[in-house]
Design a binder for this molecule. Structure first.
Ligand SMILES: [Mg+2]
Length: 394
């Protein structure tokens, strides 16, 4: 019998990376993206997870979650997840707490796979070798030339057969420009590539329907968050009136959220995000809820954290190859994947998710304190926290 392998330490770091150009969607604008990175240690192995969220996620990991994970058998990821969820009852799981749980969960899955010496998709139970992706960006802040360049790169250089742009500019106040940008996108990508749009909740329901009617000849296939994802009735009304698939789910943090969305017949495809919904553990359950409603699931952003679980999800539709996160992940990690042809192939040999942090690159974007290490070896039996010097960190 293999003895338990206790998780020995969690390291937490925060990095903020400026975007390569101003970015905006229908309801938000930003010029940088923050990654909260968690690394779980045991037996000389290292598992890595992260979330794209506020720096406060770091404190949540160290102060709310680490005590539930440290000392627990690294094989028991389900037990760690369950303990984390129960421990945040009063803190509240929705929002940054859910982001933090997700980062730890992914780190633990990666650690387990590396301890077993297997690619993550193999221990999850792969159902496919290639995972379809769609190019995603097309920010409302882009000029026509920027939009053309980005779409051309995905479609004409990388041969990705589906792309998504942002619409709903300024909370739906400029549908004329939205329509002009959709028309430009169709002209750039040609007739045979699928065109998706994401309003990020910027429209009202009737407005969303009118915009899709005006864009009828553009053959839009995917209409993401035409109204806020909190408005399930609104989503259902839009869904009934437009040809495009209506989709939502990127702000889902637990099974109940997704069960309600599915039961409301609000979407044609469920979206979920392993860096928000509760990591790989909860993704698998969300996918099962979707499957029970005869729906597919699509991965939101952070494509390299979704790749392996996507390969193990029978009702997967595709992953979002999001410009902002692809750029950061390519900068920060060795082992990132190539979307040429419209699909990524998780490494069939490398243990875990196959990614290795480039510490020298990441350090350039560190914000706040040095890496915070939380261990279970304090005299009180509770976790202790301290900062690491750079050589330990590596
Ligand atoms: Mg979206």
């Amino acid at each position: 019998m293999v003895p338990p392998i206790p998780v020995e330490a969690l390291d937490v770091s925060v990095f903020t990376v400026p975007t390569d150009a101003p970015e905006a969607d229908g309801t938000l604008a930003w010029d940088s993206t923050t990654m909260v990175l968690v690394q779980a240690h045991t037996g000389g192995q290292l598992g890595t997870g992260w979330t794209y969220g506020p720096p406060a996620c770091s404190s949540i990991v160290a102060e709310q979650l680490a005590g539930q994970v440290l000392g627990r058998d690294a094989m028991d990821v389900g037990g760690a997840f369950d303990a984390m969820v129960k421990a945040v009852r009063n803190a509240g799981r929705v929002g940054a707490v859910g982001y933090a749980i997700s980062a730890v969960d992914v780190a633990l899955w990666d650690l387990k796979a590396r301890l077993l010496g297997l690619p993550l998709h193999r221990i999850l139970g792969a159902v496919r070798t290639e995972v379809p992706v769609y190019g995603s960006g097309g920010f409302t802040s882009y000029s026509p030339a920027q939009l053309d360049k980005q779409l051309s790169g995905w479609v004409h250089e990388q041969r990705i057969p589906r792309v998504k742009i942002k619409i709903g500019e300024s909370w739906g106040r400029d549908p004329g420009r939205d329509l002009a940008r959709m028309a430009q996108a169709r002209a750039t990508i040609g007739a045979d590539v699928e065109l998706f749009v994401d309003a990020n909740g910027g429209y009202t329901a009737k407005q969303a329907i009118r915009v899709m009617s005006a864009a009828a000849e553009l053959d839009i296939r995917w209409f993401e968050e035409p109204v806020t994802s909190d408005d399930l009735d609104g989503l259902r009304h839009v869904r009934a009136a437009v040809r495009a698939d209506v989709t939502a789910g990127e702000y889902g943090y637990d099974l109940t959220y997704f069960a309600r969305m599915c039961a409301a017949a609000a979407v044609d495809c469920v979206q979920a995000d392993v860096t928000r919904c509760g990591g790989i553990t909860e993704w698998l359950r969300v996918a099962a809820v979707a499957a029970a409603h005869h729906l597919e699931i699509s991965g939101h952003c952070a494509p390299h954290l979704h790749a392996h679980v996507a390969a193990a999800t029978p009702n997967l539709r595709h992953l979002e190859w999001f410009h902002d996160h692809v750029r950061i992940e390519d900068m920060f990690f060795d082992g990132t994947l190539d979307p040429t042809g419209g699909a990524i192939t998780p490494d069939p040999v490398a243990p875990g998710h196959g990614l290795t942090l480039r510490h020298d690159v990441a350090e350039r974007y560190r914000v706040g304190e040095p890496t915070r290490r939380v261990t279970s070896c304090s005299e009180s039996g509770r976790e202790g926290a301290h900062s690491l010097d750079s050589d330990v960190r590596r």
